[in-house]
Design a protein around this ligand. Structure first.
Ligand code: MFK
Length: 550
């Protein structure tokens, strides 16, 4: 009988998660914990079912038809069959709505992102329109425009697939996706109606019902202060795009199921959300929410890659033993599991903070959240690429073959450090957040509270690694502060060190809680391994060396 390798399989994606069940047991009040765990267990099975559908749907991608047979411009985008199902599942399971429901109070975000974490990786990056939908709802709620909030938020946060709307976020133009201050789209008043003219270069999920976008009202000055925030309803009552042309779909490395397009706006009717200026500031609630989605999606991508790599190691024999019993293979997977555990704690702590802020004002939580959101996004984005790359390598050559479905995990993860602010842009945003004052102190308080709670002697070394890396980062930033170039050049190493210190401290605290509450000592092992992977990345690289090298 010739040999055929069994493929890796997924188990229940809630029960098998090494972090999520204990995280929920720790944070969700007892009165609700049973029902939330049961809901997530059911979603854990659904994730397995949709993983199989994902494989079957692998080759379907969005198709743009620009013209009908009679020469009319129609610009119709047909998404993949799984995306149609994802839209129904997302509404039904509250992937956006759960974050806005009152039942769990400040833990609504923890509940919502637990759902996203379990189901998201099986839905072919449908998380993209959902993240922007969530961001749009939050932005409208905070905009002071009650009329728009009353009209659109119930649609964006609906659990009814027939009525739920999704929203896009159009910021990127040919002038750039990072420095949006140069945006060329102009807003003109036509009577009382604003109309937008310009090109949007990277509009993800162009099949959404509405979008929030930036444009410069005629006569406004240059720079980001001259931009204003607008809401666009994409289609009229007959389903026709409102003076919007879809020029082409983007040919991307990954996220190929997401219908990302280049658009021309040619008199597109739009509604002003707030004032006729300061649009970048007005859209920042959107950025905080989508960056949190990004961090959770990074963690989910790691989880999916590791679930498959772990299972494969239990099915694949080489050199006389199962891979899982080979010391080097086990060592490699352990390193990845530790990265996942740290990333999970930071992403879910950010989600928790957002929930706290949405349910009451707390200065300390606000300062901490302002810094943690970019730090979590940039740290987990990089980890997702590294971990998913290793996870497919752990499946050997099969990991490089498209119809195993494995390479897509890496290709999709590669977007996570790019969109929603690149690693460098977010490193600079971290400095911007710390510049507001009080944020670094809030990070210290967070790390210290976590470290102080981790009293088991088995955690002593990781606790010290977290504390000393944070001390080193603080000393570095204090010394670099007066030197603009030095500060900017080291911003990524600084932000990464903050991210890794936070991850390790949060992981130590959770590991201690698990050990004390009957959830085992696995996460203590994860904390010890994470510390070995390296926490402190501070180092004053020479700016002159950099100049010579580039
Ligand atoms: C699975 C996940 C799915 C996610 C799907 C999403 C798909 C969408 C695809 C995309 O659209 S990707 C492109 C997304 N683009 C970005 O994320 C923009 C990246 N660039 C930045 O974040 C820049 O830092 C920024 C555009 C904000 C810089 O703009 P400015 O105008 O040069 O910055 P400035 O003047 O410092 O900030 C203006 C105001 O906003 C200031 O407030 P004040 O006017 O009160 O002083 C800032 O403090 C504030 N601000 C900036 N960033 C903030 C912020 N406030 C809170 N949070 C922030 N992050």
């Amino acid at each position: 009988m010739p040999f055929f390798q069994e493929p890796p399989r997924l188990g229940n994606q809630f029960d098998d998660d090494p972090l999520l069940p204990s995280w929920l047991a720790r944070h969700i009040p007892e009165a609700h914990h049973g029902e939330v765990a049961a809901e997530l267990h059911a979603l854990g099975d659904l994730a397995v079912e949709y993983y199989a559908k994902q494989q079957a749907d692998r080759e379907n991608e969005p198709v743009l038809t620009q013209w009908d047979p009679w020469g009319n411009r129609i610009d119709k985008i047909e998404v993949s069959p799984l995306w149609h199902e994802a839209q129904v599942l997302a509404a039904r399971h509250g992937m956006v709505a759960a974050g806005y429901e009152a039942r769990l109070g400040p833990l609504a975000r923890t509940h919502q992102f637990a759902i996203v974490h379990v189901l998201g990786p099986s839905l072919d990056v449908y998380s993209c329109p959902l993240a922007m939908t969530d961001g749009a709802a939050r932005t409208l709620l905070g905009s002071g425009n009650q009329e728009l909030a009353d009209r659109f938020v119930p649609l964006l946060t609906s659990r009814d697939p027939a009525t739920m709307w999704t929203s896009g976020q159009w910021m990127t133009e040919r002038t750039g996706g990072s420095d949006v201050s140069q945006s060329e789209t102009v807003a003109k008043l036509d009577g009382t109606q604003w109309r937008l003219y310009g090109t949007k270069w990277f509009t993800s999920a162009t099949t959404s019902n509405m979008a929030l976008t930036l444009a410069r009202p005629e006569g406004n000055g240059e720079g980001s202060r001259g931009l204003a925030l607008f809401l666009v309803e994409l289609r009229d009552e007959n389903g026709r795009l409102r003076n919007i042309q879809v020029n082409r779909l983007k040919d991307k490395l990954g996220t190929r199921k997401v219908p990302t397009a280049e658009l021309t706006l040619d008199g597109t009717p739009a509604t002003l959300v707030g004032s006729t200026s300061d649009g970048v500031r007005a859209i920042t609630p959107m950025l905080s929410i989508t960056r949190t989605w990004n961090a959770i999606s990074a963690v989910s991508a790691m989880r999916r890659g590791l679930a498959l790599a772990r299972d494969y190691a239990r099915r694949r024999k080489a050199f006389g033993a199962l891979l899982v019993d080979k010391p080097l293979h086990a060592d490699t997977l352990a390193m990845l599991e530790a990265e996942y555990a740290g990333a999970f704690c930071l992403a879910f702590r950010s989600a928790h903070l957002i929930g706290l802020l949405e349910h009451g004002h707390d200065d300390q939580a606000e300062r901490l959240a302002r810094a943690l959101v970019p730090i979590a996004k940039l740290t987990t984005g990089k980890q997702a690429v590294a971990v998913t790359s290793e996870a497919i390598e752990a499946c050997g050559g099969a990991g490089y073959i498209e119809d195993t479905g494995l390479p897509r995990i890496l290709a999709d993860a590669q977007v996570l450090p790019i969109w929603e602010g690149t690693t460098n842009v977010l490193s600079l945003d971290t400095l911007r957040a710390l510049g507001k004052g009080g944020a670094l102190e809030a990070i210290h308080a967070e790390v210290e509270a976590c470290c102080a709670s981790a009293t088991d002697p088995g955690l002593a070394r990781p606790v010290e690694a977290a504390r000393s890396a944070l001390r080193h980062a603080t000393a570095w930033v204090t010394a670099a502060m007066p030197h603009a170039d030095r500060l900017e050049a080291g911003a990524r190493r600084f932000a990464m060190t903050l991210g890794r210190s936070l991850e390790l401290a949060l992981l130590c605290a959770h590991a201690q809680w698990c050990a004390d509450h009957g959830h085992g000592t696995r996460l203590m092992a994860a904390a010890r391994r994470f510390a070995l992977n390296g926490v402190d990345q501070i180092g004053d690289a020479s700016i002159d060396d950099s100049r010579q090298l580039v």
